[in-house]
Design a protein around this ligand. Structure first.
Ligand code: UDX
Ligand code: UDX
Length: 469
């Protein structure tokens, strides 16, 4: 390939938490490029096309504004996968890659069936020269699989003597965090492009150059790029497990984890981000990517490496169990028919995503003890809560509250599980009067003032803090 490749048409397969926001930001910054986001899920596409922007399938601050600006102009959502692939010069693969539930590597390896299906679709429907970009987080060397599938179609094609197809595969991992996706995409710390074809790399780089400084765009080989994504998530998750391990020690010794985090975070070598102790990390990526890293290490016979990362996950699960045990113990070891107000169900603030949310395990443990949960979350739909806690069935011990007042009324305890802004602003004097006594507040996010609540006669437990001292 000699000529530089000019990208006029982009197709993105997968209109999820990654595909939707990523393509929206590209559309906003590149008005001359036509972008079509396709998905096999018609309901999802219909929601992306809904005239009422409150019905978009995902909630992200700033997303509605971009959809309003670009949808129907250079940004389209469609179920017509073949036609969008056929028109595209560049195709992003943003389909989900959950952990395999059966077969070889079950419970650890990534399930690549959607990636493979998408690669086969691309092989079939693409025309001319097409750059295929891996956006989904994938095990190292997946690009090779994609290449083999695409190249074999090329051979098929030549055999049939029809139009020649030419594919280049790039890895361009996503580093956006949910809840701040639009900001992360608009102002990335870095953009990583892995590949072996210079022209294809330059074509993708030229898109980012519309809004990202050149020195923030890093180019590596394919495998470094794929492995960097897994490693970045593993390192971030490891910091959370590290600080959560210290939170338990703080509670025993009288140290305050927030003070410890501040003190260590001011050391430039450590840095202050990702040191918030909480109920453990959730979200679709961290656990899955670490499992992937463990699988990969064991596959290459590096047992010690696998064991090392395994501990990060173990600590995360322990933190969740530890919290539900503390709640049970403080309530006299008996939760039967007690009303517990759960504030927050999403895995972090500013998203409606509940995948791997620590709230799931903690709520399940409390239900197991016979508690009645009154759950309030500003963005999560009731159906998602029922799906996560009882496979979608109604359960008389799970009540979805529409307001904080309803959730906390006559509650024996309040458990704060997500750090939504509204929970920083709770009116404790009013709430405390309407709770059953003795009342408890369990703050798993470290957002309340222990002093204020104690003055109101509420018993308080805050992660990483000992009220005994
Ligand atoms: C992303 C990444 O792609 C994943 O690798 C990462 O680890 C987590 O984030 P995400 O966008 O969050 O996935 O997933 P999801 O919201 O489930 O969206 C994926 C979409 O792809 C779904 O809407 C699904 O219907 C669609 N899909 C899946 C297709 O359109 N075609 C398929 O063959 C498979
Ligand atoms: C993460 C990565 O940050 C992002 O770069 C990658 O592309 C996808 O995975 P995400 O899972 O959306 O993003 O959110 P993130 O902000 O990383 O939070 C993950 C979990 O860690 C949440 O449950 C959050 O509450 C928790 N967390 C985060 C802490 O407990 N403490 C912290 O200090 C930071």
């Amino acid at each position: 390939m000699q000529k530089s490749l000019k990208i006029k048409n982009i197709c993105c397969i997968g209109a999820g938490y990654v595909g939707g926001p990523t393509m929206s930001v590209i559309a906003k910054n590149c008005p001359e490029i036509k972008i079509t986001v396709v998905d096999i899920n018609k309901q999802r596409i219909d929601s992306w096309n809904d005239n009422n922007l409150d019905n978009l399938p995902i909630y992200e601050p700033g997303l509605k504004k971009i959809i309003k600006e670009c949808r129907g102009k250079n940004l389209h959502f469609s179920c017509d996968v073949d036609s969008a692939i056929g028109q595209a010069d560049m195709i992003f693969l943003s389909v989900n890659t959950p952990t395999k539930s059966r077969g070889i590597g079950a419970g650890q390896a990534s399930d690549l069936k959607w990636i493979e299906a998408s690669a086969r679709k691309v092989a079939e429907a693409a025309k001319g020269t097409t750059i295929v970009v891996e956006k989904s987080t994938l095990p190292v060397k997946t690009a090779e699989t994609i290449k083999i599938i695409l190249d074999s179609s090329q051979k098929d094609n030549k055999f049939k003597n029809s139009e020649k197809k030419d594919f280049h595969v790039l890895s361009n991992p996503e580093f956006l965090a949910e809840g701040s996706a639009i900001n992360d995409l608009q102002y990335p710390d870095r953009v990583l492009i892995g590949g072996d074809n210079q022209k294809a790399i330059e074509a993708l780089e030229s898109i980012y150059l519309f809004w990202v400084e050149k020195d923030k765009i890093i180019k590596t080989n394919l495998w470094s790029s794929e492995l960097s994504k897994l490693t970045a998530n593993a390192f971030l998750a490891q910091r959370i497990s590290s600080i959560n391990s210290i939170s338990a020690l703080c509670e025993e010794t009288g140290a305050d984890v927030q003070e410890v985090a501040k003190a260590i975070g001011m050391d430039k070598r450590i840095g202050s981000s990702f040191l918030k102790s909480g109920p453990g990390f959730g979200g679709s990526c961290f656990k899955k990517d670490i499992l992937n890293l463990i699988y990969l290490s064991n596959y290459y016979g590096l047992k010690e490496v696998g064991n090392y990362w395994e501990k990060v996950l173990e600590l995360n699960e322990w933190q969740q169990s530890r919290i539900s045990q503390i709640i049970t113990k403080k309530l006299f070891g008996n939760l039967f028919d007690k009303k517990i107000s759960i504030l927050g169900f999403s895995f972090k603030a500013d998203t409606n995503d509940v995948r791997e949310s620590p709230a799931i395990k903690i709520c399940k443990d409390l239900l197991e003890e016979g508690a009645v949960l009154s759950i309030f979350d500003p963005k999560v739909e009731s159906s998602q809560i029922f799906e996560s806690l009882s496979n979608g069935d109604e359960n008389k011990n799970i009540i979805i509250s529409k307001t904080i007042q309803e959730s906390t009324l006559n509650a024996d305890a309040i458990v704060i599980l997500t750090e939504w802004q509204v929970f920083y602003e709770l009116r404790w004097p009013e709430i405390s009067k309407k709770m059953r006594k003795p009342s408890w507040v369990f703050d798993t996010r470290g957002i309340i003032s222990v002093k204020e609540l104690k003055k109101l006669g509420i018993n308080v437990w805050r992660v990483g803090f000992s009220s005994k001292i």
